[in-house]
Each structure stands twice: as C-alpha cells, then as structure tokens.
Write a protein that binds this ligand. Structure first.
Ligand code: AMP
Length: 399
C-alpha cells in the first residue's frame, strides 16, 4: 500500500511517499516545495537512494505545487512509481481540529466544514491545510484523503485539565479551552515508549517535545491527559521565539506603558520572545549553546530558564499522572542536545531520575539513557510525525 503524506504551510508544502506494506513503512521519496505563490518557487525532491533534484518554476498556488510533485513522483528519471493510481491514500497534517476531532478521519464535506470552523483558531495553518486537501481531491479524484490533527491526541484530556478559569460562557460560546498541539509527535513517541517498556498495558509517560516549538504531555495508558500548549501554541514552555506562560496582566501593562497596540504585543509574544528574546543571540538552541559556552551570560540564562521550566512541567505531570514509568525526550533539541537532557534530568534527581552519561552521549537512535538505579526510565526517541500520519492513514484505509 502506497501512502502520500502531505503537510501544507501557508507558502510551503512538505511530502513523503511511503510504502506501508510493513508497519514501520519505507520512504520512497520525500521533498519540499517552497515559496508557493511567490517569486522563486521551487521543488526539492529526493527519491530514496538518489541525490536531491531541484526544480525552479513559478507555482501560483498549492494546486500547482501538488501537481508538480505528482509529475515528479511518476517521472522516468526521478520518479518512484509508474502511475498515480498506485497511491492508495493521502494523509494530510491538519494543525487545529478544535473541539471537532478526537481522531484521524476520512475527508468528507462535513470534515472540511469543521476544518473551516477552526480557521480563527489557526489562521496561518488551517486554511493552507485545507488548500492541500482540495488540491489533492482535484488532482486525484476517488483517492481517499485522510486528515490527521495535531490537536486530536489531546482530546482525551479531562475537563479539569482543559478548562481555563474564565467565565464559563466563553467556553460554551467561543470554544475557549486548552486544545494542545504536537499531538502526532506525542502519540508517536508515547507509543514507542510503551513498546520500550515491554508493551505495558498500564503506563504513565511524560513526553517532552523540545524543538523550535516545544510542549510537554502527560500520557496515561496511551491517552493524553494533559499538555502544556493551550488554545494556541503560545502557552506552556517558552520556545524559540514564543514566550509561553506569563502573567497575562503583562499584556495590558505593556499596552499602557509602551503604548503598543494588540497586534504589536502579539508579534512580541510570538516572534520576539522565548530563548531569542532572553539571549538576544538567536532562536536556534545550537547558537545559544555555543554562545553560552563562550561565556555569554544571557545565553546561559536562556538555557537555565528553559531547563528549569521543562523540569517544572515534568514535576507537574508526575503529579497529574500519579507517578511516571518513563520520561521521553524528542524533537530537535530533545533528540540532539545531551547537555540540555542532562541539565533537565539533574533537576529531577528528587524524583529518583538518574541518567547514564555515556548512553546520554549517543545520538540519532531510540535509546534508554537512564542508569539501572533510576526510578523512572528516560528515553530518547526520534519523533516521526510523517510515519504516524502514514500509519493512521493505512489504518483507516484498512478499515
Ligand atoms: P525542531 O523544531 O524539532 O526541528 O527543532 C529545532 C531546534 O532543535 C533548533 O532550535 C535547533 O537548534 C535544535 N537542535 C537541533 N540539533 C541540535 C543539537 N545538536 N544541539 C542543540 N540543539 C539542537
């Protein structure tokens, strides 16, 4: 079974074509279209086992971008299939499923309407995601389209976890509540962690997705019961450029003190804050680590604050879960930075967490980095959201 996974951004499109005859999937080709609808649009297409092909040509919209991708998938030189009819289904990443979706589903008109209803909650992402679906429907009539939502995994949160203590009417009227994001990643790594725990039926896992965007989730028996991101991806941990949890009164104070309009504060909190805002160096953790090692005090502070915050969330979810079998580190920083993992775990000693320095130095593989005495297992698990989308798509097609 061949499955195409599509992730549409506002001016970009990422894709992977999988052969899903085996559960672990085999990537046949992957690529990226950039600058859709802008000058300089291009496709970077990499068939498995070959070098990257780059095609530069004007692409007015997502439909043209997907058409180009399809042409290259069947191209005699850089293609990997002989005919588009070999694609059995398309899995689309959708950022916000709001209150409507607790699982992946096959696209219908109702599904598309519900995605539209979430436009206000994810104005940069959901319209682009929907464009991807509609373009595929047009180009591949009859091929099932499947949607996989970033928010769906967290739908199992109990109401006490997802409510904000605002007047109840805003929850009822405007759907204001915590939804959570990175759900596909939290689901994938928690499933892998359950396997690494020997397939334990009852499990308590804390998953830390630490990258440019970062979130922590509490996962009980395979289901999300709490997570750090909220109505939007701004809440929770601070990140590359997002401020995460702050006293909300700061917004009104800044408006008054600096005479800033609401959109300027939105820009500050989403694009100018986080480790970038604190360090003044970069939003990229590698640059900040380098600067901290060279003695930059603000870079050191940004890292100290970040490690402290992650450790505090882990403590919070330890309580929410009533203990923990495993803590998982994933995404760019979680998978690659041994110093960040060590600094976070150092603060978890009071929970009986101990890691093995040598194992913590390994990279790019699924590994248990805890020492034999550790009361909680600590795993590094490279995330694979595309594979998770392909697996969900296959599961729905099999049904
Ligand atoms: P992601 O959003 O998951 O792609 O993660 C991107 C973030 O991971 C960036 O801030 C990178 O600096 C960080 N990252 C990637 N590799 C490393 C590394 N070897 N050490 C520290 N941070 C890293």
């Amino acid at each position: 079974m061949k499955i195409l996974v599509i992730n549409c951004g506002s001016s970009s499109l990422k894709y992977q074509l999988y052969n899903m005859d085996e559960k672990t999937g085999v990537v046949l080709a992957k690529g990226l279209v950039e600058r859709i609808g802008m000058e300089g649009s291009n496709l970077q297409h990499t068939p498995e086992g070959k070098d990257k092909f780059v095609f530069e040509q004007p692409l007015a919209d997502h439909s043209e971008a997907i058409k180009l991708v399809m042409d290259k998938l069947i191209d005699p030189e850089c293609g990997v299939i002989s005919d588009l009819s070999q694609i059995n289904g398309v899995g689309h990443r959708i950022v916000h499923g709001g209150k409507y979706f607790s699982d992946s589903c096959i696209v219908t008109e109702e599904v598309k309407d519900a995605i539209k209803k979430c436009f206000d909650l994810a104005p940069l992402h959901n319209p682009a995601n929907l464009m991807g679906i509609e373009a595929c429907e047009k180009l591949m009539p009859g091929v099932p389209q499947i949607t996989v939502f970033d928010t769906a995994f967290h739908h199992s949160m109990p109401q006490k976890a997802f409510m904000y203590a605002l007047p109840y009417e805003y929850y009822e009227k405007d759907d204001i509540r915590k939804y959570g994001f990175h759900g596909t990643s939290h689901k994938y790594v928690s499933m892998r962690a359950i396997d690494m725990l020997g397939g334990k039926k009852e499990s308590k896992i804390i998953t830390c997705h630490l990258g440019n965007g970062s979130s922590v989730a509490a996962v009980k028996d395979g289901k999300g019961i709490d997570t750090s991101m909220g109505l939007t991806p701004l809440e929770g941990l601070f990140m590359g450029t997002r401020c995460g949890d702050i006293d909300l009164a700061v917004v009104f104070y800044l408006m008054k003190k600096e005479k800033l309009p609401a959109h300027a504060i939105d820009q500050i909190m989403n694009k100018e804050s986080g480790v970038y805002g604190i360090s003044g160096v970069s939003s990229d953790f590698r640059d900040i680590e380098t600067a901290a090692n060279e003695g930059n005090e603000r870079a050191k502070l940004a890292l100290d604050m970040f490690h402290y915050k992650v450790a505090k969330y882990i403590g919070e979810y330890f309580i929410a879960l009533g203990g923990a079998d495993a803590i998982v580190f994933t995404a760019g920083l979680g998978e690659n930075s041994k110093t960040s993992r060590a600094a976070i775990c150092e603060q978890l000693k009071c929970l009986g967490v101990e890691i093995d320095e040598e194992k913590n130095s390994k990279r790019g593989e699924e590994i248990d980095i805890s020492s034999p005495n550790s009361k909680i297992r600590v795993f590094v698990i490279p995330t694979n959201e595309e594979l998770m989308i392909a697996q969900d798509t296959k599961e729905l097609l099999d049904k």
